[in-house]
Design a protein around this ligand. Structure first.
Ligand code: PLP
Length: 396
């Protein structure tokens, strides 16, 4: 290999400016690191019940066809989705996870230098997808951690090509009302593509939460994305989709990799989609446990951000990394979200009843031992302020 070869120098400046996506810590890695065996992971918003039983049954018998390429058109799954959402087959584009479709929209519509608008604290994939295509990324300030849809409308000008909105948003769990999103769609010119990411839609029971797929006939510039990673519990298989006008879907299919969705993912998605009972069970569990977690943290004196999804952000008031580390040592994986501009928060994914109670017990015992606390700081404790910034506190 040539000594002068410098891959970093050759990469585009937008890519050099990115850090690799930082996923939740895998259970196996934690157990290796700390030599423990019963770790729990509440870090990536997965469905703790696992996939519907019919999926596991199918997988045991699925090996026979794996030498064949998948159906590149995804006919069967798209047919079921079209029926479910009352749209045409030609309005759906399948992705290798919904991240894949979120990325495709940017590749179809955004040229270098075009403006894309996203919110502060929004799901990181919008930023990444815009950066890959060298967009000019405009970030509007959040309003109490949620998207400020009014500010997003205000930010639109003639250079704006795309707006991404997470509803609900990850990592904050906040959501946008039907009237806000309708106003946005009514006020922005149809030359702006509006992407509404509904990854957690099935969990939300708020009367004012919109099902934006029903609005597609009125707004040809709207793209709605959904996933099988969350309530359908197939995060490991990577399958999601967009619903849009047939024209947008046609364009997305031009940039889609020919076999972006694999055989197992599409078959399991179809099975999971038909298991309404498993979905209802998952929603029910999530509702009960989200309440138990919020209450548990409130009783310990922590504020949380009101969430309608299957996760919850806890405000540690100081850098969340100490609590994160202490919990890891005791086999509990949560998600620090400093990368989202929230260095004092930890995101907890709602687990099963026993996982959540183990989390609360572990938290409580760490707190009682004085290993993690919330503001105000106990008087006389040995800590060193490195800067006049609470997040820079280091333990002695
Ligand atoms: C988890 C999540 C997704 C889903 O990503 P997949 O690629 O489908 O696994 C999409 N949007 C948001 C906001 C999410 O939190």
């Amino acid at each position: 290999m040539s000594k002068n070869f410098d891959a970093y120098a050759l990469a585009t400046s937008s890519v050099r400016g990115l850090a690799p996506y930082d996923p939740g810590k895998p259970i196996e890695e934690l157990e290796r690191e700390f030599r423990i065996s019963d770790a729990i992971k509440l870090a990536s918003n997965e469905n703790p019940l696992g996939p519907p039983p019919a999926v596991s049954e199918y997988l045991r018998s699925a090996a026979a066809d794996l030498h064949r390429y998948p159906d590149g058109s995804g006919f069967e799954l798209k047919t079921a989705l079209a029926e479910r959402h009352e749209v045409g087959l030609d309005q759906i584009c399948l992705g290798n996870g919904s991240n894949d479709v979120l990325d495709m929209v940017a590749r179809v519509f955004v040229s270098a230098g075009d403006v894309g608008i996203i919110s502060q604290h929004a799901f990181i994939v919008y930023y990444l997808s815009l950066a890959y295509v060298h967009a000019n990324i405009q970030i509007t300030k959040a309003n109490e951690y949620g998207h400020d849809v009014g500010a997003m409308i205000q930010a639109v000008d003639e250079r704006t090509r795309i707006i991404y909105i997470a509803n609900p948003n990850n990592p904050t769990g906040t959501w946008s009302r039907a009237e806000e999103l309708r106003r946005l769609l009514d006020e922005v010119p149809s030359s702006v593509i509006v992407v509404i990411d509904e990854a957690y839609a099935e969990y939300v029971a708020e009367p004012k939460y919109p099902n934006c797929i029903a609005w597609l006939s009125k707004y040809p510039n709207l793209v709605v994305t959904r996933t099988f990673s969350k309530i359908f519990a197939l995060a490991g298989l990577r399958i999601g989709y967009s619903v849009s006008s047939p024209e947008i879907s046609n364009l997305m299919n031009r940039v889609r990799q020919p076999f972006n969705c694999n055989t197992l993912a599409m078959s399991c998605a179809l099975i999971a989609l038909r298991d309404q009972n498993h979905c209802e069970k998952s929603v029910q569990l999530n509702r009960e446990q989200l309440r138990i977690l919020s209450q548990g943290f409130a009783e310990m004196g922590y504020e949380t951000i009101g969430s309608v999804a299957n996760f919850l952000c806890i405000d540690m008031k100081v850098s969340a990394m100490t609590a994160y580390q202490k919990l890891l040592e005791r086999g509990v994986i949560l998600r620090p979200i400093g990368g989202y501009g929230m260095p004092n928060h930890l995101r907890v994914s709602v687990g099963t009843a026993s996982e959540n109670s183990r989390l609360l017990d572990t938290f409580n015992s760490l707190k009682n031992q004085g290993l993690i606390w919330t503001f105000p700081w106990p008087v006389g404790w040995n800590y060193l302020l490195l800067e006049s910034d609470w997040s820079a506190v280091r333990w002695l």
